[in-house]
Design a protein around this ligand. Structure first.
Ligand code: ASP
Length: 335
């Protein structure tokens, strides 16, 4: 019955396999390293191995903390920091440039048990924006701080400052020269269920290559790129942010689950394959609900992604990483 419903409602699902589902028992973590025109032909074996190893290191380190009973927000920020410090991804070091050749960083985090959230946007000198997003949540009465105000706040909290050119990598410099053709993404995100059963989400990014100076994407907007609610799901998105803002994707996943009674998988599929595809909005998301249902769903060519946790009805901990989508996926669904 459910399959029939999905096939009627989302004909794309029958063709593409760009959604992977898991059911976990106990703590579990999912991460992404961005979605976009990520195709096998653009990568050497060595590059694929390097991305894969980056994803595995983060998953293993995050899961080990969860397994010891760590607080979910500590693990979200720990994993986002590892990903921000890894030059492979478009967050922190390795972030893309804006149209002025500078890096401007956005990040957000959310606690699904308390609905507390923190976000930062337009940072130019903060090494780890995810840490600052958490500080905004925990140490101010606000949800979001931007630009100079956010950086001034960071000064009083001993966050690590770096010159803007710390974030630059040779790869991003050559991409910048070609940014008009590239339109490449690579945001990072983490969603998890901790050992206490609470859900958390966080996302961090340099935004989109060649974005207009001052542009803010979906990542720091609570409800667009990031959302967590124990009654629905923890969601972290990646893709063409303007579409994710207009559709309030991360919150809409939650709303459809809570008010329409859809499962997490149905809700994610409806938005990514139905609504965003119909608007040419490319990207994807990772999400987990309180019952341990998890999904990695995307309509782009690929999405750096991975999951780790104990599968339901199994004593074994599973570690899964992946990069590319279904090669038969229709051409017009990628960048
Ligand atoms: N969603 C991000 C933004 O629009 C980009 C990405 O996910 O790659 O800023």
């Amino acid at each position: 019955m459910r399959l029939l419903f999905l096939l009627l409602a989302f004909p794309f699902i029958a063709v593409g396999q760009n959604h992977q589902q898991f059911q976990f028992d106990g703590p579990a973590i999912l991460i992404h390293g961005g979605a976009g025109g990520i195709e096998r032909k653009y990568y050497t074996d060595e590059q694929i191995a390097a991305y894969d190893s980056s994803l595995r290191v983060v998953l293993q380190s995050g899961y080990a903390l969860l397994d010891e009973g760590a607080n979910g927000m500590d693990v979200v920020v720990h994993c986002l920091t590892l990903l921000e410090n890894d030059p492979h991804f478009n967050a922190g070091k390795g972030a893309v440039f804006n149209d002025q050749g500078e890096v401007e960083l956005d990040a957000s985090v959310m606690n699904g048990a308390t609905k507390m959230a923190g976000a930062v946007a337009g940072l130019k000198h903060i090494k780890n924006p995810a840490k600052l997003a958490r500080a905004v949540m925990e140490e101010t009465s606000h949800v979001m701080l931007i630009g100079e105000g956010a950086e001034d706040f960071a000064k009083s909290r001993s966050h690590e400052f770096v010159e803007n050119n710390y974030f630059l990598t040779p790869k991003r410099e050559s991409q910048y020269q070609r940014w008009k053709e590239m339109k490449k993404n690579g945001t990072v995100g983490v969603v998890l269920k901790d050992a206490h059963g609470d859900l958390y989400a966080g996302t961090s990014t340099g935004g989109m290559m060649g974005k207009k100076y001052g542009r803010v994407g979906d990542v720091p907007i609570i409800g667009a790129g990031t959302y967590a609610d124990n009654k629905g799901a923890a969601v972290s998105c990646t893709g063409h942010g303007e579409y994710f803002i207009r559709e309030n994707v991360a919150f809409q996943i939650n709303a459809r689950m809570q008010y329409e009674g859809l499962t997490l998988e149905e809700s994610a599929s409806r938005i990514i394959f139905g609504i965003l595809n119909s608007e040419a909005g490319n990207g994807g998301l990772i999400a987990i609900d309180a019952q341990g249902n998890a999904t990695m769903t995307f309509n782009s060519k690929g999405m750096f992604r991975g999951a780790m946790g104990k599968r339901k009805n199994s004593q074994k901990v599973m570690l899964h990483t992946d990069i590319f989508g279904d090669p038969t996926w229709p051409e017009n669904c990628g960048f």
